[in-house]
Write a protein that binds this ligand. Structure first.
Ligand SMILES: [Zn+2]
Length: 416
């Protein structure tokens, strides 16, 4: 495709803003909350469906709500090209994370339609269910199940805070069929490309329009339950205390120190959630639950750090006479982008006159799992200050338009 795909950025921005109004956040847009399988998530899906219909795409919804909007190609036997991302949003998030890849993916398809392009391979826009771990504690359940990274038994074992399991919740949301049908075969997609905001500061800092993702860092999450002994804060003297919060605090600081000492500068460790029981001013904390989120581009180093954290916990707990149970929720390997997708995206950015740079994705995305079943790549666009998962997350219309044009050109080349 030699001509520039005519992106209608006003229409796309209007749709991004419209989707942002479908939110459970107490604050108005751009603050957004859209948790998977909530009423709001379902209303968001309905809005998307109306746009897919308008664009003449055929829609398939799988048993867990992964949605495929397909633009047929001239060769019905050729494996399709996939693109897409997610529209769920963590509480009090922004309006661009994921949505730019779904609505931007739609606009990429529409721009090719407007240009009179006829793909040989079908182009399929995917809206993945539950990229965010908000409800079930594990992210990317849609793409994990699609790629076989998670089995139907593992999916059913996931429970939300109300104690409802994944299978019940998805059925209550109107998604039927056997969970085993979610998995796609390894030859289903000829290629998969996801457009996403960077969620980091590198592109903005270097003034680069397009990031061509060459690899996605390996993520792991774990949860810890520290159990000590509660008691009256005025009556129990210090020497006999087994305070779960002071023990957890030591562990949290040690986790930070282990991460800082890592030989890999890409290793990052975060404790983002800490629940104190009973949580009263005058009561010694008897139990603390906390989470750990760990990423590194080097999977072996990530695992070694996880082991070191485990050893540290095993030392701190007996010294403070507390017990700790911990559980790794997931520890996924890193993924490399396919060289042919990296090359196609580089060519697309070059031909459109956009500055671009190859980079790794430190956050993980549905593409981490799609890479298991398809040659995969990602296109990043800058976001202001590298800010994401916050209402002030922002990419400009011009930045989004550049990403959509690059995606459209990449899809055109890959689907020819
Ligand atoms: Zn995202």
């Amino acid at each position: 495709m030699t001509q520039t795909p005519p992106v209608d950025i006003e229409k796309l921005m209007g749709e991004l803003h419209q989707l942002a109004t479908i939110s459970d956040c107490a604050e108005p847009p751009p603050a957004v909350t859209r948790v998977v399988f909530s009423e709001t998530d379902l209303r968001g899906r309905e809005y998307l469906r109306s746009l897919y219909d308008e664009a003449g795409l055929s829609i398939r919804v799988d048993p867990i709500g992964n949605t495929f909007a397909r633009w047929e190609g001239s060769d019905p036997t050729a494996p399709a090209i996939g693109t897409g991302s997610h529209t769920d949003a963590i509480p009090h998030a922004g309006m661009y994370d994921g949505t730019v890849g779904v609505l931007g993916g739609l606009e990429a398809i529409r721009s090719l339609q407007r240009a009179g392009y006829q793909p040989r391979r079908a182009i399929e826009l995917v809206m993945f269910t539950s990229e965010e771990p908000t409800r079930f504690g594990v992210g990317c359940t849609g793409s994990r199940a699609m790629s076989g990274a998670m089995s139907s038994d593992e999916l059913i074992a996931l429970v939300d805070e109300a104690g409802e399991n994944y299978d019940t919740v998805r059925r209550q949301s109107g998604f039927q069929g056997e969970l085993s049908e979610v998995r796609l075969s390894a030859d289903y997609y000829h290629a998969f490309v996801e457009l996403h905001i960077e969620q980091g500061p590198e592109l903005e800092a270097s003034g680069t329009q397009i990031g061509v993702v060459t690899a996605i860092a390996a993520p792991a999450t774990a949860e810890f339950v520290v159990t000590g002994e509660g008691g009256h804060a005025g009556a129990v003297l210090m020497p006999t205390r087994r305070d779960a919060l002071t023990a957890a605090s030591e562990m949290v600081v040690e986790i930070e120190s282990l991460a800082r000492k890592s030989t890999s500068s890409d290793l990052v460790a975060t404790v983002g959630k800490l629940d104190v029981h009973p949580g009263a001013v005058n009561s010694i904390p008897s139990q603390v639950q906390f989470t750990l989120d760990l990423h590194d581009i080097d999977g072996a180093n990530r695992d070694a750090t996880l082991d070191a954290i485990g050893e540290m916990i095993e030392q701190v707990a007996p010294r403070r006479k507390l017990s700790v149970e911990w559980n790794i929720l997931h520890a996924d390997p890193p993924a490399d982008s396919a060289p042919q997708i990296v090359a196609a995206v580089n060519r697309a950015a070059d031909s459109l006159g956009f500055s671009s740079t190859e980079m790794i994705s430190r956050a993980y995305h549905d593409s981490l799992f799609m890479a298991r079943i398809a040659p995969t790549g990602m296109i990043f666009i800058p976001c202001r200050g590298g800010v994401s998962h916050r209402p002030d997350e922002y990419s400009s219309p011009a930045q989004i338009a550049a990403g959509v044009q690059t995606l459209a050109s990449s899809l055109a080349e890959l689907s020819a």
